[in-house]
Design a protein around this ligand. Structure first.
Ligand SMILES: NC(=O)c1ccc[n+]([C@@H]2O[C@H](COP(=O)([O-])OP(=O)(O)OC[C@H]3O[C@@H](n4cnc5c(N)ncnc54)[C@H](OP(=O)(O)O)[C@@H]3O)[C@@H](O)[C@H]2O)c1
Length: 224
């Protein structure tokens, strides 16, 4: 495995195991219906990125019927070849159970908050069983992973940083990961995770840090 290694999505498209997180925030104007919103958001994204197609397009949060409508728009974009893969974000098992039967195209990816203090193994298993690639957001707990003693111990053992340990743990768990940094030296260091392997026992030590504790909002209590 190396920096170019990819997870194969359920439609055959390949996605790198390690990506770079970048927050692209925007003040979106409210539009009347979800399909229009999704299409408008899509056109804006293409314009901002200066491309005529996207590799992956996700629904950001579960929103019941509104997600179903948005998904139809994403399916149209996918059928038209304007996006190579479509997926969801922040969907828990109960959201997926309601949502999947309404989909003509199954989601290729579910991007969720995932780090040692929030593992949700049942969600990981469910996604993997359904052929949905899990992807981690806030994988390094916004840098706080460096303060966790177990991570520091493992870092010393492997001659790596706690951040590198957690990112390696991600890909060994089959989770695509997108740590964010705007600093060149951190981007380079965060990507240096392909020259070592965590043992099964050390993977379990990280698993044991789970506290079901979120950094971000709970997907059932999102206010927008
Ligand atoms: N789907 C969603 O709802 C959702 C929600 C949140 C995030 N995301 C995505 O996930 C990406 C990553 O999540 P995130 O930005 O919330 O958190 P993160 O990747 O866990 O942490 C990013 C923070 O850690 C710092 N950092 C990076 N490398 C470091 C290192 N080696 N040592 C110490 N600190 C380091 C960064 O600062 P510097 O930039 O100064 O290095 C930044 O403040 C985002 O960019 C976004 O694309 C998605």
């Amino acid at each position: 495995m190396n920096l170019s290694s990819c997870a194969k999505l359920n439609n055959g498209v390949e996605m790198p195991w390690l990506g770079l997180g970048v927050f692209l925030s925007e003040e979106g104007a409210e539009v009347e219906n979800a399909v229009k919103t999704a299409l408008k958001a899509f056109e804006e994204s293409l314009e901002k990125l200066q491309t005529d197609y996207l590799d992956l397009y996700l629904i950001h949060w579960p929103k019941g019927e509104r997600s179903v409508e948005s998904w139809k728009a994403l399916e149209e974009l996918y059928a038209a070849g304007r996006v190579r893969a479509i997926g969801v974000s922040n969907f828990l098992v109960h959201h997926l159970e309601d949502f999947l039967p309404t989909c003509k195209v199954q989601p290729a990816v579910n991007q969720v908050e995932f780090h040692p203090e929030l593992i949700q193994p049942w969600l990981l298993k469910y996604c993997q069983q359904k052929g949905i690639q899990p992807e981690a957001w806030s994988p390094i707990m916004k840098g706080r992973v460096n303060d966790i003693p177990v991570m520091q111990e493992l870092a010393a053992k492997y001659g790596k940083t706690p951040v590198q340990i957690v990112l390696r743990w991600d890909i060994q768990k089959g989770v695509v990961t997108i740590p964010k940094s705007v600093k060149a030296e951190r981007i380079i260091s965060n990507a240096d995770i392909f020259d070592f392997e965590l043992s099964t026992e050390d993977m379990a030590k990280i698993d044991a840090l789970d506290k079901s504790q979120r950094i971000g909002s709970h997907p059932d209590h999102i206010s927008y």
